[in-house]
Design a binder for this molecule. Structure first.
Ligand SMILES: *[C@@H]1O[C@H](CO)[C@@H](O)[C@H](O)[C@H]1NC(C)=O
Ligand SMILES: *[C@@H]1O[C@H](CO)[C@@H](O)[C@H](O)[C@H]1NC(C)=O
Ligand SMILES: [Cu+2]
Length: 232
């Protein structure tokens, strides 16, 4: 009995510590405070994932907190990033999406509805014809990327999505770790970011890169979910 309780506690602890959040924007050359420039997510204590790609929480995961954040000023062409609270601890892949608030709308008051999201960065899997599959985004304590110089100036949501694939062989088995930061870009250009997608809406949950067994047989190829990266 005692052992069973201990085991239960141990499994619970392992489970919780295996989850993660993305609370910190990296900008201006340093990692900002947790939930300062990132809208506080529902799982800020549990660290639990979203598994329903059609739910309202699939966008910014803040339906319960209804949190806004402080918008960080950056320049187009600069490097920004996101840091997890701890480290990313599941095999999986990363997508970063951005969406521009309509002109005249403060991004702090904008919910990111509509077909407005484009991908700016991704870290996929590395395959080797079925001999091995590796996950370069796993174990990371930060992700950084360059904002294209031609991005139009204005307020943007920056949505991080790490897709954990350790139990993804069935529908809704993939775990999505999500958060949205707010930035205000100045010095931008006249680029036309795309392809644009809606979130939720971008996935069905049955994509080959979302519903798959990553262990056996070892996948020979991996298809990153979502549109191509827009690089300016
Ligand atoms: C961003 O820049 C605007 C205009 O210069 C300023 O009013 C605002 O306080 C800045 N935001 C932060 C968080 O510093
Ligand atoms: C965004 O940056 C522009 C240019 O610096 C500034 O005029 C504007 O006030 C900023 N907006 C916010 C919400 O900080
Ligand atoms: Cu986990």
């Amino acid at each position: 009995m005692f052992n069973k309780v201990l085991l239960a506690i141990f499994s619970l602890t392992t489970l919780v510590s295996a989850h993660y959040t993305f609370p910190s924007l990296i900008a201006g050359g340093s990692t900002q405070g947790q939930w300062v420039n990132v809208r506080r997510t529902n799982n800020y204590q549990s660290n639990g994932p979203v598994t329903d790609v059609s739910s309202a929480d699939f966008r910014c995961y803040n339906t319960q907190t209804a949190a806004k954040a402080t918008t960080y000023n950056v320049t187009a062409g600069s490097t920004i990033g996101i840091a997890p609270g701890g480290a990313v601890s599941h095999p999986g892949v990363l997508n970063i999406y951005m969406a521009k608030a309509p002109s005249g709308v403060d991004v702090a008051n904008w919910d990111g509805a509509g077909q407005v999201w484009f991908k700016v960065y991704q870290i996929s899997a590395v395959t080797n014809g079925g001999q091995s599959i590796t996950w370069p985004s796993n174990g990371a304590t930060s992700y950084t990327w360059k904002l294209p110089q031609s991005l139009p100036s204005g307020g943007y949501l920056v949505r991080t999505e790490h897709i954990a694939l350790h139990s993804a062989s069935g529908f809704q088995g993939a775990q999505f770790y999500i958060s949205c930061a707010q930035i205000n870009i100045s010095g931008g250009g006249s680029g036309n970011p795309g392809p644009l997608v809606s979130i939720p809406g971008v996935y069905t949950g049955r994509e080959p890169g979302i519903m798959l067994n990553i262990y056996y047989p070892i996948p020979t190829t991996y298809t990153q979910p979502g549109p191509a990266v827009w690089s300016g």
